[in-house]
Design a protein around this ligand. Structure first.
Ligand SMILES: [Cu+2]
Length: 137
């Protein structure tokens, strides 16, 4: 029959084109304090003051990823938009909202140790469903 041994997997050679380098990063003349290095794309941008807002919904956090800095305090405003009580708790001492009633909020000061690795947070009432990560730089 037709002796075409079709090699099917040797055709992907045109995908390695270098992406356009992000050249216009800082104009270096009118930005006195552009000091955010390595902006990670997914994590919620942490303000210079170290503040973030986390909303509890029906058994999930939004966002479920935060970014923080070693040796700084991240003030998390925990807003419970769910229908039952939730908590925002980290493994750090004192960084625990306790039970927050539906429709209310509480601010939790998360003091990141100087030598901290990444951390987690979770709801102590629904720990298997409601959890998130704190990326520490
Ligand atoms: Cu919960």
């Amino acid at each position: 029959m037709a002796c075409g041994s079709s090699t099917s997997s040797s055709d992907r050679t045109s995908t390695a084109a270098a992406k356009a380098p992000a050249a216009a990063q800082t104009p270096s003349s009118t930005a006195p304090h552009a000091t955010t290095p390595g902006a990670s794309s997914a994590a919620v941008p942490t303000a210079a003051s170290g503040a973030a807002t986390v909303t509890a919904k029906d058994f999930s956090f939004s966002p479920d990823k935060l970014a923080a800095r070693e040796g700084r305090t991240l003030n998390v405003t925990f807003q419970n938009n769910g229908s039952v009580s939730h908590t925002f708790k980290t493994p750090l001492s004192g960084a625990d909202s306790g039970s927050v009633v539906a429709g209310t909020n509480r601010t939790v000061a998360v003091a990141i140790p100087a030598d901290s690795g990444d951390l987690y947070f979770r709801c102590e009432i629904h720990p298997s469903a409601m959890k998130g990560e704190i990326s520490v730089d």
